[in-house]
Design a protein around this ligand. Structure first.
Ligand code: NOJ
Length: 479
């Protein structure tokens, strides 16, 4: 036990100490800065890692037999992405994976989370397998193991094979069959080497942005698309969970959700109902069916229309008992009622209009939001364990003499981690933290400008530089 822990224990319990010794121990303990952050405080089983996603890092979009994904199509169309950028090359992870995994290990991380590109395995989405693509993920997994890093795999991080989108993608109920085939293949292929699986990444984001607002691939719009795709995503999530559990002995099965604490604009009661609708859409819609609670009609009655897409047995089929829930938090939402858009009748008051700290994407930096959303999720008694599978920040970075002095990012991590620790100490079952992201990468519609990495990438030369925030983590996690 470290000296600090010994003093803390003695100060709190007084075990084995006289009254005078106890008083001294307490005063010594309290003289330690109370806001000092120590990774040991999170407990010996807490998992520390970093995350990324196939399309955002791999590049090699058409190499070695890979098929097209909806993100290849979407980014190649002018006007969809900031500066018409695309992920054709991205971080070149397809070729540089060894270097990146070695860098993750050098930062003392235990876990590397990455996703599989469905169209690298099944170029046309189903049936025919691409052996080179299959081999690539074996190489990534083996490299993780060689560095003593635990691979955590996300099966779906938004890059649907284009061939399946041509048949309707997530709005076609056949997606359940296609997705099951893909999950079945991957978990049989890699399941002896990989135990930690996440079925999906943020269904609210890929359905909301991709099938309702048209801001992400495949660029579809409209409430009917949204309801259909949402229902199919929820079913596929539970189906995927069952397949992993069947195929992988000793699996740790999870899935991830984007979520944000929602506050009422200026605390005014007249916005309360609007805020409940936002909360239902953002935080409850995708998780509650899997917990056996059904869709959150109480928060958003118009959602009832989703039942138009139900088939017999769906209520049961939506339920799956995940081993862990991946919680991903980037900002808080402040909401108010509004005459637009219809059905929702609510809107967000953007951070820009609230004079609050923001990141480069105008997300509010609000560390207490992490604590509040963890507490909100801990209210679900069905959740056994929470892993923060993403949290991070994009600030403007400057590379000077091979260094990036990103002190604001370090402060961000300290503040968010303190809030996680506070929730944990109050009994929230949070057991891990994965930084978004290991390296700078392709930030979807925003292109390469927002940099989230612990490692800076010079995209022109593909050279990597560990930022000060990466070095901070290295020290923080030193054993
Ligand atoms: C969540 C998504 O999973 C990830 O792909 C994205 O880059 C981050 N949010 C940052 O916006």
């Amino acid at each position: 036990m470290k000296r600090r822990d010994w003093i803390k224990l003695s100060a709190i319990t007084g075990i084995g100490l006289t009254f005078a010794q106890r008083t001294i121990a307490r005063s010594v303990y309290h003289s330690f800065p109370q806001n000092e952050l120590n990774s040991d405080d999170f407990g010996p089983n807490f998992i520390w890692g970093a995350a990324c996603a196939a399309y955002q890092v791999e590049g090699a979009w058409n190499q070695d037999g890979k098929g097209k994904s909806i993100w290849d199509t979407f980014t190649h169309k002018r006007g969809n992405i900031h500066n018409n950028q695309n992920g054709d090359q991205a971080c070149g992870f397809y070729h540089n994976y060894e270097e990146d995994i070695a860098l993750a290990a050098s930062l003392n991380l235990d876990v590397f989370r990455f996703s599989i590109s469905w169209s690298r395995i099944f170029p046309s989405g189903e049936k025919t397998i691409n052996p080179d693509g299959v081999q690539f993920y074996h190489n990534v997994i083996n490299t993780c193991h060689s560095y003593n890093i635990e691979p955590w795999i996300t099966l779906y991080h938004w890059d649907l094979p284009q061939a399946l989108q041509d048949k309707g993608g997530w709005t076609n109920r056949d997606i359940l069959k296609w997705f099951s085939q893909y999950v079945d293949f991957c978990t049989k292929e890699y399941g002896t080497k990989v135990k930690n699986w996440m079925v999906m990444n943020e269904p609210a984001a890929f359905v909301g942005l991709g099938y309702m607002l048209g801001y992400h691939a495949p660029g579809e719009k409209g409430p009917l698309n949204f309801l259909k795709a949402s229902h199919h995503a929820c079913l596929a999530m539970a189906d995927g969970g069952r397949i992993i559990r069947t195929n992988v002995e000793g699996a740790n099965v999870g899935t991830t959700f984007s979520c944000s604490h929602v506050d009422t604009h200026k605390g005014k009661p007249r916005h309360a109902k609007a805020v409940r609708r936002i909360d239902a859409l953002v935080n409850r819609l995708y998780i509650e069916p899997s917990l056996g609670l059904g869709y959150p009609y109480d928060g958003f009655p118009a959602l009832k229309k989703i039942e138009n897409y139900f088939e017999e047995g769906d209520e049961e089929r939506l339920i799956f008992d995940f081993d862990f829930i991946g919680l991903q938090n980037y900002f808080r939402i402040v909401g108010k009622k509004s005459v637009w858009p219809p059905l929702v009748w609510a809107k967000e008051v953007p951070a820009k209009k609230r004079d609050v700290p923001m990141n480069e994407m105008d997300f509010e930096v609000y560390p207490e939001g992490m604590y509040k959303i963890l507490k909100q999720f801990a209210e679900y008694k069905q959740i056994k364990k929470i892993i923060v599978t993403e949290n991070g920040v994009c600030y403007e970075d400057h590379l000077q003499d091979g260094k990036v002095h990103d002190s604001k990012r370090i402060q961000f991590y300290k503040d968010y981690l303190k809030n996680i620790l506070k929730a944990k100490n109050e009994g929230v079952p949070v057991d891990g933290y994965l930084v978004w992201s290991l390296t700078d990468n392709f930030e979807w519609s925003e292109g390469y400008e927002p940099r989230f990495g612990l490692i800076y990438i010079d995209f022109a030369t593909q050279k990597r530089y560990i930022k000060d925030s990466g070095l901070w983590f290295k020290k923080f996690l030193e054993k």
